[in-house]
Design a protein around this ligand. Structure first.
Ligand SMILES: CC(C)(COP(=O)(O)OP(=O)(O)OC[C@H]1O[C@@H](n2cnc3c(N)ncnc32)[C@H](O)[C@@H]1OP(=O)(O)O)[C@@H](O)C(=O)NCCC(=O)NCCS
Length: 430
């Protein structure tokens, strides 16, 4: 469907299938505009082929705004790009629910601040809501963009540099009779995928890898370098029965700032023993004094398993998954709860998608949620509901920040119901 909305612009929706038809130029232009938006290099044939494969596998819906005419430029290149597709989120207690995933948001500097992002985002969120999706998610380049659209930061990570000189000493060796095997990345791909699948079922906040992770993790194609990744290595951890229960993908970066450095790209351990054994392995890589990792948990067992916890230096912390509730009843009924009771929740939503009052009654860890006309006892915005949803931040902190309001008794009741469970962890950027 093609519609003309903002003056001088035409909106199209594309899928990977358009790569074969008369809209192939638009699809290529969309990808070129995306790369331009994120200051990356120009599209090569290989890049396009791997990108199309992944885009097709995930059924990605690409929207954008194209200039209706150009004087000297390329009319096939849009001035705005936006993509969304269906994924999954572990909302806690092993429940995996469908997730509306959003990415590739760019607006050309020539067309900033005219409401293009707003138009693409609002249309897409309404459509996802009509399709019955309860939650939408994205990862954000800047922290001030998406709150206005009802997204809140729901999971956080640390960037760490781990000193793996003789200072790296675990208090005790990782327990169990596990073993490690170095496997070529391409050969390890199916194993990584299987471990990741189990990790996503076990971990609150986890999101399965979108299809574009396959070329990256298998070393087949590195979108940044524009070719196969010849430096990537994979170590697999096996339990006592020889079943893979963890892996790490890493690269030796050589001497960086005078220190032999390993960059861990992924590290997934299904058990504490596997997690610590993989760290022990990375610490033992020869010619290495430091391991860098961008996906370290806010609170990670490694820090506490070391004789000297300062060996793990946090260089920065950041949010990864931003969540947006699209269906209050379905979203709140899907997640686990931690104390019995009833609260009438008032949600303010400037996009009008979840505005209203909702009676939330919790019994034995599950909530029964229904719209109500009763007065709200606890009030918050859609953005704050997104931040609270996975339990990554507690009610008291958001109340202290002025983002949750209500009488003391109702706030305590809401906290008793909502706070608890394991901290969410998401290591899937998209
Ligand atoms: C971020 C970006 C997509 C915004 O596009 P845009 O079309 O200019 O945004 P809109 O005109 O629709 O603005 C919508 C609202 O967001 C605000 N906004 C947009 N970009 C913002 C930013 N970087 N920081 C803070 N607020 C921002 C606008 O002020 C506007 O607010 P209002 O509706 O309350 O008036 C665009 O600046 C861009 O392409 N940036 C580079 C790529 C990038 O960072 N993409 C995001 C990836 S997660």
């Amino acid at each position: 469907m093609t519609t003309t909305e903002l003056p001088g612009l035409i909106f199209h929706t594309l899928t990977a299938e358009d790569g074969d038809g008369d809209r192939a130029a638009l699809l290529r232009g969309w990808n070129e505009a995306l790369l331009r938006g994120f200051h990356e290099g120009r599209l090569s044939e290989d890049h396009e082929r791997h990108w199309l494969e992944a885009t097709r596998a995930d059924g990605i819906r690409m929207t954008g705004a194209w200039p209706s005419s150009v004087a000297v430029g390329d009319a096939a290149m849009p001035v705005a790009t936006y993509a969304s597709w269906g994924g999954e989120l572990n909302v806690g207690a092993g429940h995996r629910v469908p997730l509306h995933m959003i990415s590739d948001v760019t607006v050309s500097p020539t067309h900033r601040r005219r409401g293009l992002l707003r138009r693409l985002m609002v249309d897409d969120l309404r459509r996802a809501q009509q399709q019955g999706l309860a939650l939408a998610a994205l990862t954000a380049s800047e922290g001030a963009i998406y709150g206005r659209f009802g997204f809140g930061p729901a999971t956080r990570l640390r960037v760490v540099e781990v000193d793996v000189t003789s200072r790296f000493a675990l208090r005790q060796p990782p327990v169990g009779d596990g073993s490690l095997e170095l496997v070529e990345p391409e050969a390890a791909w199916e194993t990584m995928r299987a471990v990741m699948e189990r990790h996503c079922s076990a971990t609150r906040g986890a999101v399965p890898w979108p299809a574009f992770y396959e070329p990256i993790m298998s070393g087949r194609y590195d979108f940044d370098a524009g070719g196969p990744n010849k430096k990537s290595r994979v170590v697999v951890h096996l339990d006592a029965h020889g079943t893979a229960d963890g892996f790490a993908v890493y690269e030796h970066a050589g001497q960086v700032e005078g220190r032999g450095t390993v960059d861990a790209k992924a590290l997934v351990g299904l058990t504490d023993a596997a997690h610590l054994a993989l760290w022990r392995f990375l610490a033992d890589v020869d010619l290495t004094e430091r391991v860098r990792f961008r996906r370290h948990r806010e609170v990670d067992p490694l820090d506490w398993a070391l004789v000297d916890h300062r060996v793990v230096r946090t260089t920065s912390a950041y949010d990864l998954l931003w969540l947006r509730v699209l269906d209050v009843v379905a979203a709140l009924e899907a997640r686990p709860w931690y104390g019995d009771g009833t609260v009438v929740l008032g949600v303010e939503d400037s996009l009008g998608l979840t505005d209203g009052r909702w009676r939330v009654s919790v019994s034995e860890g599950r909530a029964d949620v229904a719209p109500t006309d009763e007065p709200a006892e606890v009030r918050l915005s859609a953005e704050t509901l997104g931040a609270l949803y996975l339990g990554g931040i507690d009610v008291a902190t958001l109340t202290a920040a002025g983002r949750v309001a209500g009488e003391d008794g109702a706030l305590e009741q809401w906290s008793a119901m909502a706070d608890g469970g394991p901290a969410p962890y998401c290591a899937t950027g998209f």
